[in-house]
Design a protein around this ligand. Structure first.
Ligand code: 5GP
Ligand code: MN
Length: 318
């Protein structure tokens, strides 16, 4: 898609940016990268960014203190740009602003995205939304803080340049961003590898309690509300657990679920090989990518695990 940002912004005075609920590194990176670019390069525009609470580690990205976590009453934006979000529901609290905007634009890389905005730049093969934002910007005009945000997003969604979604173009984007004078290692250390004591404790617990099913091709682990309360952990402390589970030798699919405050289960799936977990997530009303997807489900953990492993088994047997 040969999109020009300047064309989309033509005639606009007010622009809102929004990402998905429980924002991850790519969501924060892509939103903040584009937000800072608009602030710096289009100062005449009134630009706001809306996100749910940003995990502490990602707050090292500049201007995250300007992020709005509540929407104003009766505000209509000329343009709403939706980033890293595969469907309107996942916008969460900012969805009414999306619905009310005069024009909408979506930049995303989820294979489950059904082009729900007015203008859509959906590239399922792209490593990350941050890489797509990079491609939309004038390279000369990318400042160091913008580069830091986009680099964080790309590094997170590629598992630090290791997942199969990492393409030569991804590495070229990362190289260009490095030339903006960022400390890439520091960003990765502080936002990706560094874990709090609580995060390590709950990770340890999840690994210890994990079980192998489906002829040891699938690994499953659950954390319930009681355990989260015991360790003092919130949902953002559980990021990375499912990737660690996937590293188990011989396993093809990893499934991690945790109980939310509303007594639902948030399920994360990761695949190493032939199983398309986005199809399974879609079947249960969620979405994502071929090798990383998720959804929410009600019922006992036992039932959720049974229902999901049944779908995984169907694919493993195919
Ligand atoms: P995670 O397991 O880390 O929450 O998410 C893995 C991938 O699946 C991410 O790209 C995320 O956006 C997507 N995903 C996770 N949960 C949901 C969901 O409930 N609905 C949709 N549409 N996508 C999800
Ligand atoms: Mn992403």
């Amino acid at each position: 898609m040969n999109l020009q940002l300047s064309e989309i912004l033509e005639g606009k005075q007010t622009v809102a940016l929004g990402g998905h609920i429980r924002p991850d590194g790519d969501c924060v990176g892509s939103c903040m990268g584009l937000y800072m670019y608009l602030k710096e390069q289009y100062p005449h525009l009134e630009t706001d960014v809306y996100l749910e609470e940003i995990p502490k580690a990602y707050q090292m990205i500049e201007r995250t203190e300007e992020v709005k976590s509540q929407i104003p009453a009766d505000k209509q934006y000329d343009l709403f740009i939706c980033l890293d979000c595969g469907d309107e529901r996942r916008l969460g609290f900012s969805a009414p602003l999306f619905r009310g905007a005069k024009q909408t634009f979506c930049i995303d890389h989820h294979v489950s995205n059904e082009a729900f905005a007015g203008i859509n730049n959906i590239v399922p093969d792209a490593s990350s939304t941050s890489e797509l934002v990079f491609l939309l910007l004038d390279k000369e005009k990318i400042s160091r803080p913008i580069a830091e945000a986009l680099y964080m997003g790309i590094a997170h969604d590629t598992g630090v340049f290791q997942y199969s979604c990492t393409s030569p173009e991804t590495m070229e984007a990362a190289a260009e961003l490095m030339r903006k004078g960022i400390d890439g290692n520091d960003i990765i250390d502080r936002t990706y590898y560094e874990k709090t004591y609580v995060q390590n404790q709950i990770l340890g617990r999840a690994l210890l309690e994990s079980i192998l099913v489906l002829d040891k091709k699938c690994i499953v682990s659950v954390v319930d509300q009681k355990e989260m309360e015991f360790y003092g952990a919130g949902p953002s402390d559980l990021e990375g657990i499912v990737s660690q589970l996937r590293q188990t030798k011989g396993v093809e699919v990893a499934m991690f679920l945790y109980e939310t405050e509303t007594r639902q289960f948030k399920v994360s799936l990761r695949s190493k090989g032939k199983v398309d977990v986005s199809a399974i997530a879609k079947y249960f009303g969620g979405g994502g990518h071929v090798r990383a997807a998720g959804f929410s489900m009600t019922g006992s953990s036992h039932d959720v695990i049974n229902n999901v492993t049944e779908q995984i088994a169907l694919q493993l047997e195919a």
